[in-house]
Design a protein around this ligand. Structure first.
Ligand SMILES: Nc1ncnc2c1ncn2[C@@H]1O[C@H](COP(=O)(O)OP(=O)(O)OP(=O)(O)O)[C@@H](O)[C@H]1O
Length: 584
């Protein structure tokens, strides 16, 4: 419930739309109530006048009630139409705000804070849960407020005629609008919660299946995955069937209460008429008015039923948004320093929840324009060093500065604008080659794009495609070979003229010819930039290249490759291992 109240607070900027929607909803219900009550009285009164004789007919004013009936009928249609427009406007505005809030909350968590999440589950929270919450005003909050306000006015209206009638109506409305829906809510709580969880699981499984289709097929595991999705789907259908049965019960019980209240108005009206407290035609006013009054509470069973699922969705979304970002963001960044020398003193880094630090006591100085190669076995902490520089993960000890400015004092976006990363896993987005290049520099013109493609040795490939820059690359770049995708990421790097170039094994897995071409292109980009390159391989290192070797998160060697491979240290051992493996 706390989450739903928090959700309501998000409506604050649209309170005018929200209040207008509720006001128009109340007006619609009251117009309908007045229309039926007046019509009931008018029909009964004309019937009485009809048998009362000519004098009574002449004295009876037919015109004012007839005009009233027309007025309320028109008012009802107009209020309903305007109400729908306003409600939907409020809903779409809130939906847009919710999506913005969710995205803004998610972005600081990526990538380290989301490392433990399933992609499909995140998708479910961002799409299905938020869409569900978008309906909160229209289907839950607004019906409750309209019902409460309209029920009070209508019961007061009846109470003016007779306090007993007012009380009876209020009792009927409370039973149909609160007691019956609460009973259905109690019955529906478990299946509603199960439906939300099952939908999320099913969506996550489906996303996994689509993303890992090739692996599932080669491992012959697609059948097992399909059975898993089938089982979740069957359980979801069972939960939805139960919910539908409960909703049916709620609707039927509500109708029964409405009918009984209307029926009870007849003997009550008769007794009041016998006691000369009301005129005879007012009995029809009470009966038909009571029938119309239940329009106010008709949406409440559905609203109560949605409440459980909405509370679950709100909890799932806010749970994500409430996670503290792995790295705290300063409000603003200091001015960019003149020289961008990098310096780490005693830096340690530990991922959230990890038992051991990924980097421990790192002392490293890299001057602007220097090229450094980072060596180390798998898990040594090489990528963590990049995560630290890009502020994806915070350091828990030591100081890390760039041009003398503490990394923690620079906003993530500003810091990352200094770096370009080229790695072995290039994120290619479904769209055109142009779309993928413009990610790196949205304002780049065609000349700049072609220049970048030339630098990355990809221009001939793009020219040979019928669509040129507008050729589609497929989901995750499925229409590109691994080497082409890698060169596309190099073209992106060429578009971003950043002072630092971070290379994470970008040639891993390329054939020797493609690799040679890629390295030539890379050399053009690396000139005049500070380059930090991660590699497992030593064959491209020259003797005067600076290498830094990491082992279990610590620097175990730092110096010129030629000197280090001559000694007895870890670089020399790695170098000998490499030579031995080449001989076999
Ligand atoms: N998001 C994370 N959460 C928790 N631990 C992590 C996370 N990312 C990496 N680690 C751990 O931190 C350590 C260093 O990982 P890192 O990715 O830096 O190694 P690496 O040297 O780049 O390895 P590789 O060459 O295999 O890519 C490893 O023990 C790894 O399991």
């Amino acid at each position: 419930m706390r989450d739903l109240i928090r959700l309501l607070r998000l409506y604050a900027p649209y309170r005018v739309w929200v209040l207008a929607g509720i006001g128009l909803g109340v007006l619609t219900v009251l117009a309908n109530f007045a229309l039926l009550a007046l019509s009931g009285w008018f029909l009964a009164a004309t019937g009485v006048v009809g048998v009362a004789g000519y004098a009574a007919q002449n004295a009876f004013n037919f015109f004012t009630p007839a005009a009233g009936v027309r007025f309320f009928a028109t008012l009802r249609v107009l209020a309903r139409y305007a109400g729908r427009l306003v409600d939907h406007e409020a809903t779409f505005r809130l939906l847009a705000r919710l999506r913005m809030v969710a995205y803004a909350g998610l972005e600081p968590l990526a990538p380290v804070g989301l490392a433990g999440e399933r992609g499909g589950d995140l998708l479910s929270r961002l799409v299905a849960d938020i869409d569900r919450l978008g309906d909160f005003f229209l289907r839950v909050a607004s019906p409750f407020m309209i019902a409460a306000a309209a029920a009070l006015v209508m019961a007061l209206g009846f109470a003016i005629v007779s306090p007993e009638a007012g009380l009876l109506l209020l009792l009927g409305l409370v039973v149909a609008g609160v007691a019956v829906p609460l009973a259905s809510l109690g019955l529906g709580r478990r299946p509603a919660g199960a439906a939300v969880a099952l939908q999320a699981t099913m969506r996550a499984d489906l996303v996994d299946s689509v993303q890992g289709m090739a692996e599932l097929l080669t491992c012959n595991a697609s059948g097992a995955m399909a059975e898993r999705v089938d089982a979740a789907s069957a359980a979801l259908l069972a939960a939805q069937r139960r919910l539908a049965a409960i909703a049916g019960f709620g609707a039927a019980a509500g109708l029964l209460v409405a009918g009984l209240t209307m029926l009870a108005m007849l003997p009550l009206g008769g007794a009041l008429a016998d006691a000369h407290r009301i005129a005879g035609p007012v009995i029809a006013l009470l009966a038909l008015g009571a029938m119309a009054a239940f329009e106010a509470v008709a949406p409440l069973p559905a609203a109560f039923q949605l409440l459980g699922g909405m509370a679950d969705s709100a909890r799932r979304v806010f749970d994500l948004l409430d996670r503290p970002p792995p790295v705290a963001e300063p409000a603003s960044s200091p001015p960019r320093p003149a020289r961008l020398d990098l310096r780490l003193d005693g830096v340690s880094l530990r991922y959230p929840g990890a038992a051991h630090p990924a980097l421990a006591g790192i002392d490293l100085a890299i001057a602007e324009g220097e090229h450094v190669t980072i060596l180390g076995r798998s898990g040594a902490g090489k990528t963590s060093l990049f995560n630290l520089l890009l502020r994806f993960a915070p350091h828990e000890a030591g100081t890390a500065t760039i041009g003398g400015v503490d990394l923690a004092a620079i906003r993530g976006d500003d810091l990352r604008s200094l770096f370009t990363v080229v790695s072995q896993t290039t994120a290619i987005f479904a769209g055109t080659l142009r779309d993928n290049l413009l990610l790196a520099r949205p304002d780049a013109d065609d000349a700049a794009l072609w220049h970048a493609l030339e630098t990355a040795r990809l221009a001939d490939f793009v020219r040979a495609r019928p669509g040129g820059l507008d050729s589609l690359v497929g989901e995750a770049g499925a229409k590109l070979s691994g080497g082409e995708a890698r060169r596309l990421s190099l073209a992106r790097a060429a578009l971003r003229a950043t002072p630092f170039l971070l290379l994470d094994e970008p040639t891993e897995g390329l054939d020797p010819l493609t690799e040679a071409e890629f390295r030539r292109a890379l050399a053009g980009l690396a000139a005049r930039r500070t380059v930090i390159a991660i590699t497992h391989r030593l064959d491209h290192l020259a003797d005067d290249d600076r290498v830094v070797m990491l082992a279990e998160g610590r620097i175990v060697a730092d110096g010129r490759f030629g000197a280090l491979r001559q000694g007895a240290g870890p670089v020399a051992r790695l170098s000998r291992l490499r030579e031995m493996s080449l001989r076999f």
